[in-house]
Structures are given as structure tokens and as C-alpha cells.
Design a protein around this ligand. Structure first.
Ligand SMILES: C[S@@+](CC[C@H](N)C(=O)[O-])C[C@H]1O[C@@H](n2cnc3c(N)ncnc32)[C@H](O)[C@@H]1O
Length: 328
């Protein structure tokens, strides 16, 4: 398929914006800074966020112009009646980096998500998580699916390579959808967007707040790359999609951190705006809090462009239901 735009940054800024007409309402559980919500809002679905971290709530309210309740979600939390529920229950209990305590970890957000679906009975719900969940926690994952089926939903899940959905980054996520028949996942592109296309002129300038790596850090990176037999230096390559952005490799000064190597050999960390572009946040979206907090919000987010493509299909599904109700 031919790319439907010439300039990625223009496409991003023109596509991920909030329309004045939004016929449906969603609850976003574990909303973070609102990456997932932003894609849904752009597709015409108003969102209400629930999130416990103050900076995230501030970012969400400021940009989405929507409510974000600052609260710790539990199975007791009450929600309003809405058309759909979306959200990414915390994935630390299941990620490869964590200890994989899974279902017994008190941070596990699935019980609260299932309870919310049970109480609200939305027309459709969407849950995103780490790609390894179905394999690495097979039994628990099957239990979750069975609980959702028992609530009366057809449950489908798929691991998505987000780079095939206009996200300039190699990032894979699991998406689980519960519906009552007739929902279709979005189809992948045959092309990929590179980091260079997404960053545009940002990389040709040295920003005022540039943070350069120290010689000791350069030395550490060289040793790390030699020891781990890293085939490609982990600097950002502008001619291909970026590596997965995470809170760890954005917010922490580790050997794995995202950085750009300048023609003079110096390396600088990518800025908050560059990280936001690689996660497909439009330029008008501003993050609250310290730099570390902003990087964490970005690394944790669902890329809004992917969320938009998924939400467009969800909206089609809701439109069809509405059409059928009118026909009756
Ligand atoms: C992976 S992030 C969500 C990212 C979000 N979907 C986005 O696209 O920006 C998970 C979020 O859940 C929040 N969280 C974790 N446990 C929570 C709880 N019990 N109640 C409310 N928020 C919680 C964390 O603070 C974090 O911001």
C-alpha cells in the first residue's frame, strides 16, 4: 500500500487532534498521561480518565480537556455507565523485566478491570498489555479470558507490531477486545515510518537543553555493547524505526538510554519532544511534571497513532450497533 501522506509530522499533527463532535463516551482505566485516550478522542470518542499519579492526571486534563479522576483503582471503584471501557492494567507483574508474580501481585490491575466490565456492561471493551502475557502466564491469561467470556463477550486478542500502524518505533503490544459480534481489528500497513521522518529537523539542531553523555558514559556504553555482542550500536538510527521506548531507557541514565550520535562524535540524550514524536504524540501535546516524570509518562504510553487506528475500528463497531438500533 502506498503511504497516504508525504510528510509524517504534518500527518501526525493533523490526524491526532480532538474533533468537536464525539458521540460516544469511554472510561480509561489506568489512564497514564492519556496516550490511549488521545487516540480514542481523535476518533470521536470522549474519555474519562482514572489514574493515581498526579502528574499524569494533570497532563491528561490539560491536553484532552477531559476529566481525569485521581484515585487508586480497586475492585470497589464505581464507574459511570458509558459506551466502552478502555485501559492498560499495570503490566509490571507480567513484564519480562519484573519478577512475574502475576496474578498474586497486588499491582495486578486485571481483577479491577474485569469487575468494571461486569458492573458497567459496556458495548465493547479494550484492554492493552505486554505481548508476552498469553505465553508467559498461560494459565492466568486463560482464566482472565474465561472470566470475560462468562460476562457475555466474544473475546479476541492479537499481538500488534505498532510500526505497521504509522508509529516510527519497533514496539509490540497485546490488545484484547471484548465485543458482541462484528468487530474487526485494524489491518497493518506494508510500509514503516523511520525515526528520521518522525524527528524531521529536530535532529539537525542541538537543542538548548541538550544533555550530552559524559566520556565515562560513552566508555560504559562501548564496554556494554562489546560485552553484549551488540551488532548495531544502540544510538538512534534515522533511517529506520526507533527501538522500543520505555520509561527505563528514557528516564534513566543507563547504557541502554535513547540517544543521538552527532556528526562530531558526541552523543546527546533525546529530548522530551523527540521521545514524544517517536511515540506519535502530536506537537501540541504538553507533558506536566519534572523531566523524569515526563519521560516516564511517555515511555508508559500507548502511542496515540496506534490507539487512533484501533479506535476508528471501535467507532465503526459502535456506529453499526447504533444503526441496527435505529432500524428496529
Ligand atoms: C502503562 S501506564 C498507562 C498508560 C496509558 N494507557 C497511556 O496510554 O498513556 C499504567 C498507569 O497505571 C497507573 N496505575 C497503576 N495502578 C493503578 C491503580 N491501582 N489505580 C490507578 N492508577 C494506577 C500508573 O500510575 C500508570 O500511569
Amino acid at each position: 500500500m502506498v503511504r497516504p501522506y508525504e510528510n509524517y509530522v504534518d500527518y501526525l499533527n493533523n490526524t491526532i487532534c480532538i474533533p468537536s463532535v464525539q458521540p460516544y463516551i469511554a472510561i480509561d482505566m489506568f489512564a497514564g498521561c492519556g496516550g490511549l485516550s488521545l487516540g480514542f478522542e481523535a476518533a470521536g470518542i470522549k474519555t474519562i480518565g482514572y489514574e493515581m499519579v498526579a502528574d499524569c492526571c494533570e497532563t491528561y486534563r490539560k491536553n484532552l480537556n477531559s476529566e481525569c479522576h485521581q484515585a487508586k483503582i480497586t475492585i470497589e471503584t464505581e464507574f459511570p455507565k458509558v459506551d466502552l471501557i478502555i485501559g492498560g492494567p499495570p503490566c509490571q507483574p507480567f513484564s519480562r523485566r519484573g519478577k512475574q508474580t502475576g496474578k498474586n501481585d497486588e499491582r495486578n490491575g486485571f481483577p479491577a478491570f474485569i469487575e468494571a466490565v461486569r458492573k458497567v456492561q459496556p458495548a465493547i471493551w479494550v484492554c492493552e498489555n505486554v505481548k508476552g502475557l498469553p505465553e508467559q502466564n498461560k494459565e492466568y491469561f486463560q482464566n482472565i479470558i474465561e472470566e470475560f467470556i462468562a460476562l457475555g463477550y466474544i473475546v479476541e486478542y492479537r499481538v500488534f507490531q505498532l510500526v505497521k500502524y504509522d508509529v516510527p518505533q519497533n514496539r509490540e503490544r497485546l490488545v484484547i477486545v471484548g465485543h458482541r459480534g462484528g468487530f474487526q481489528f485494524p489491518e497493518p500497513n506494508e510500509y514503516k515510518v523511520t525515526a528520521g521522518e518522525a524527528l524531521g529537523h529536530l535532529t539537525t539542531e542541538i537543542p538548548e537543553n541538550a544533555a550530552f553523555l559524559t566520556p565515562a558514559m560513552d566508555e560504559y556504553i562501548a564496554k556494554y555493547e562489546a560485552a553484549s555482542k551488540c551488532k548495531n550500536p544502540r544510538d538512534l538510527h534515522l533511517d529506520r524505526p526507533a527501538r522500543t521506548l520505555t520509561c527505563r531507557n528514557l528516564a534513566g541514565a543507563t547504557s541502554d538510554m535513547h540517544r543521538i550520535k552527532l556528526p562530531d562524535g558526541r552523543r546527546r540524550r533525546i529530548t522530551v519532544r523527540e521521545a514524544a514524536r517517536l511515540q506519535s504524540f502530536p506537537d501540541w501535546f504538553e507533558f506536566s511534571g519534572t523531566e523524569e516524570s515526563q519521560f516516564t509518562q511517555i515511555g508508559n504510553a500507548v502511542p496515540p497513532m496506534f490507539a487512533f487506528k484501533l479506535a476508528t475500528k471501535i467507532k465503526e463497531y459502535l456506529d453499526n450497533i447504533k444503526g441496527q438500533e435505529v432500524d428496529v
